[in-house]
Design a protein around this ligand. Sequence first.
Ligand SMILES: N[C@@H](CCC[C@H](N)C(=O)O)C(=O)O
Length: 280
Amino acid sequence: MTTLNFTKMHGLGNDFIVINALNQPVTWTADNIKTWSDRHTGIGFDQLLLIEASDNERCDFKYRIFNADGGEVEQCGNGARCFAKYVTEHGLTDKTSVMVETMRGIIVLNILDDGRITVDMGKPHFAPEEIPFVPKNKADQEAKVHMLVVGMETIPVSLVNMGNPHAVMLVEDVKTAPVKILGEAIEKHPQFPQRVNVGFGQVLSPSEINLRVFERGVGETQACGAGACAAVVAGIRHGLLTDTVLVHLPGGDLTIHWKEGESVLMTGPAAEVYSGTLTY
Ligand SMILES: N[C@@H](CCC[C@H](N)C(=O)O)C(=O)O
C-alpha cells in the first residue's frame, strides 16, 4: 500500500491537488490521476500540481502539471498562483519572488502585500509551429486569424501559445456560447496535433472582457489563467483591448497586463482548502 500527502487548493474555482515531492516519494500512473480527479468517486480536481527540485540553478523549484485525464502539460496559470501560496505558506521558501522551472521555460511568481500573486507567464508565441497548429496553406501559415472548419461551420480563431496551446474566439455573449459542443470539437481538431485549450471571449469594453474556457484534458473549468492571458493577448493584437484588462471568469476575476514584445503578467488570488492523505 502506498500513501501520498496532498493539499487541495484552488484559483478562482479552478481546483488542484498539490503534491510535495520534496519530502515524499511519488509514483503513480495516468489511471491513478483519472481516478483521483473524479468528482463523484475521487477527490475531484482539474489538475494535479507537483513540486520537485529543479536542476536549473536559477530556479527555486520545478513545477509539473497533470490534467484530470492524466496527461502531463506545460503550463497552468491558476496553478502557478497556488504553487506560490503553497511553497511560501508551507515553509518551503521565505522568498516573495519565486522562480520556477516548467516544461516550457521559467516563470516568476511574485507574492503581493495583499496576498494576491502576480505571475510573470513569459512571452506569448503565435507562429503555427509554436502553437502547434497545422496550417492548410501559405496564407493560413501567416494569418493573424485562422479559419477553422468544424462540422458545417467555419470559425475564426486566434492562436496563442502561453507555454501551452490556446485557440480563442470572439462571441456575442459568453452565457449562450456553445462552450461544450464547440470546445470538445476544437480541442480535438486534427489541425492541433497536441490538442488545444479553447477560449470564448466577449469584449465588454477595451479594458474588460467575459471569458469561458474549455480546457484540454478537463472540459470547461471555473477559470483558466493561461486562457485569460491568451484571450487578452489576442484582443490586444486585434486592437480591441488596452494593455491592462480585467477578465471576468465564471469563478472570479483576473487582471492581465501585456505590452507587445514583453512577458504577460497575470494577477489574482489563490486559496488552500484542506490537506489529506491518499492510499492506493
Ligand atoms: N487551468 C490552467 C491550464 C491547465 C492546463 C491546460 N488544461 C492544458 O492542457 O494546457 C490555467 O489556469 O492556466
